[in-house]
Design a protein around this ligand. Structure first.
Ligand code: GRF
Length: 218
């Protein structure tokens, strides 16, 4: 059975691309991205989707109130019979109706080691705070801001030559590894949720958590 995926985007779409690549290269088996939805008409992510023959939908937030917009997204998800919803650089908050309908079936990538540095400009927050280790997190989406159960994290050291830009770029490289990996684990039924804890079945947890510089895809 194929897991049908929708991706919500707002911009560049490099995480979308990483997931498309993993599916096309068969690193994620039995999954397909059926639709990419953007709240911005100029999002390059839409072009990436079209380049790979994926349906690309622009939903104009100007045409709806907040609830109406979420319903419009839900309609598209239903139309494509979506199993898994991925937020990949989607810069709007999701409404509760979608979160309830897709509980533990919505993932987000956040460019910080949650629960630190939630919200916008997470890399800048971390850089300005002076952390020595930064990173990224894939988590399930719940009603709070960047607060859902953590699936995977990856860390990068902050070096003295770093600028916000170099740190952001290094974190992004890790995002492109752990987001497809989290999707693969979901598709293979290897994520078990126990309260706030997401257990990674058949894997040694420490290998996942301590993989700075390591591409742990099989
Ligand atoms: C990434 O840094 C992601 O962590 C954050 O927004 C950025 C999106 O980048 N949520 P892209 O659109 O996937 O290139």
């Amino acid at each position: 059975m194929t897991v049908k995926i929708a991706v919500l985007v707002s911009g560049r779409g490099s995480n979308l691309q990483a997931i498309i690549n993993s599916i096309e290269k068969d690193r994620i088996k039995n999954a397909a991205i059926n639709v990419v939805i953007s709240n911005r008409t100029v999002a390059y992510a839409l072009e990436r989707a079209r380049n790979h023959g994926i349906n690309a939908v622009f939903l104009d937030p100007g045409k709806y109130d907040k609830t109406g917009y979420d319903r419009a997204i839900l309609d598209v998800l239903k139309q494509y019979d979506i199993d898994l919803l991925l937020l990949a650089g989607y810069f709007r908050l999701l409404g509760n109706e979608i979160i309830e309908a897709y509980r533990y079936r919505i993932m987000n990538i956040h460019p910080a080691l949650l629960p630190a540095f939630k919200g916008l400009h997470a890399q800048r927050q971390a850089f300005e705070y002076g952390v020595k280790v930064a990173g990224c997190t894939v988590h399930f989406v719940d009603e709070g801001l960047d607060s859902g159960p953590i699936i995977l994290q990856s860390c990068v050291p902050v070096i003295s030559e770093d600028t916000e830009e170099t740190l952001t770029a290094r974190i992004l490289e890790k995002e492109h590894i752990i987001y497809p990996e989290a999707v693969r684990l979901f598709v293979e039924g290897k994520l078990k949720i126990e309260g706030r804890n997401v257990l990674l079945l058949n894997r040694v947890t420490d290998q996942i958590h301590d993989q700075t510089g390591t591409d742990f895809t099989d």
